[in-house]
Design a binder for this molecule. Structure first.
Ligand code: ZN
Ligand code: ZN
Length: 371
């Protein structure tokens, strides 16, 4: 394949390497390798590394038990294999020679590379300085193409379908534990066509919601509990991520309705601020201003959003002061929240795609708390 998306991406990454005056990037299995080649293998403890020179063909060192799988990928670089029982460091050194990198002096390693492989690269290239490869991949991955957007839309639709199903449980959800509801959500996401889950569904009832990253436990959902439901799925490797805060039955605590309305207004203000040329920091400010004006600024303890794509957290960073200018094709969450420790939390999250004149929401379900 010479004109497919993977070939184009590889050439774009090589151009970035040249711009950054780097000799090569080294990439293990993960989202960058998938982006470049379509290879979906999960990494492990075996040395499995793509050497992408700024100039010349890429060489992939693969444990031989992965060879058949890798040969079926959409874009297959020059393959070198090694077997269990061989010295993997010697295999890395041979691959460095094959890729023409023996004299390299500036080599970039994947930001998520395991330390053992970073040290293997360092030992194979003792004359090279190592740095992170994020600046190669982030600018390429941050703007999604049509195929990527199609997968992201589909993943969003699946999450939306499941949040509607869960909301429809209504009073029947009372008495279910957070952990049981999380398992039910996971099953529903698969049944609706999701490939997997990018993160364990978050179900945070009552006081659990006061912790932004609560882990579902054995607490039973009670009448009147605000319940934070934050989950997503994966389609073709691309993730969804949405949050709704609902009350399945009964009356929530006094003050909840105002807090919920504040978060809803903040989320709408954040989404309304999205358009090309606006900074990510301005989107954060638009949402944060609403919450601060309502007197809850100290209880909005995280950034307004994060990019999504092959990873559930990637560029851009929608945080206070971030100067990144939004461009069409960027996809990120807008997810303000208010967290009242030991009481409850409210978060509302949609993914949006920046368009030529604003944005498109990838999540469209009811943002109210009623069922
Ligand atoms: Zn989320
Ligand atoms: Zn999120």
């Amino acid at each position: 394949m010479t004109d497919g998306p993977y070939d184009r991406r590889t050439r774009a990454a090589q151009d970035r390497l040249a711009t950054l005056d780097a000799d090569a990037a080294v990439v293990p299995p993960g989202s960058n390798l998938r982006y470049l080649t379509g290879i979906t293998a999960a990494g492990g403890e075996r040395h499995f590394l793509l050497f992408l020179p700024a100039d010349g063909p890429a060489v992939l060192l693969v444990p031989d038990l992965y060879e058949t799988q890798v040969r079926a990928a959409p874009w297959v670089p020059d393959l070198r294999t090694w077997s269990d029982g061989e010295d993997p460091q010697a295999a890395v050194e041979r691959t460095v020679e094959t890729a023409g990198l023996a004299g390299a002096d500036h080599v970039l390693v994947d930001d998520a590379m395991q330390a053992r492989f970073t040290l293997a690269v360092r030992d194979a290239l003792p004359g090279a300085t190592l740095a992170l490869a994020g600046p190669v991949f982030e600018p390429l991955r941050v703007r999604k193409d049509e195929a990527e957007l199609a997968a992201l839309r589909h993943a969003g639709e699946i999450a939306d379908r499941v949040v509607d199903e869960v909301r429809a449980l209504g009073p029947a959800a009372v008495g279910t534990t957070e952990r049981e509801l999380a398992a039910d959500i996971e099953r529903r996401l698969r049944e609706a066509g999701g490939e997997g889950i990018p993160f364990g569904p978050l179900v945070a009832a009552g006081p659990g919601g006061g912790e932004p990253h609560h882990r579902p436990g054995d607490r039973e959902i009670r009448a009147g509990d605000p319940v934070v439901l934050d989950f997503g799925t994966t389609v073709d490797g691309y993730v969804s991520d949405q949050t709704r805060t609902v009350v399945f039955d009964g009356s929530p605590a006094a003050g909840f309705e105002t807090v919920h309305e504040t978060v809803r207004a903040a989320q709408a203000a954040g989404v309304d601020a999205v358009e090309p040329g606006v900074t990510a920091g301005a989107v954060d400010a638009a949402a944060r201003d609403v919450i601060e004006a309502a007197g809850h600024g100290d209880e909005f303890v995280h950034r307004t959003g994060h990019g999504v794509g092959l990873d559930v957290h990637e560029a851009p960073n929608v945080a206070a002061g971030d100067a990144t200018e939004l461009e069409p094709g960027m996809v990120f969450s807008v997810e303000p929240g208010i967290y009242l420790p030991d009481e409850y939390g409210v978060r509302i999250e949609d993914l949006v795609v920046v368009t030529d004149d604003g944005c498109e929401r990838l999540n469209r379900t009811d943002r109210g708390y009623g069922v």
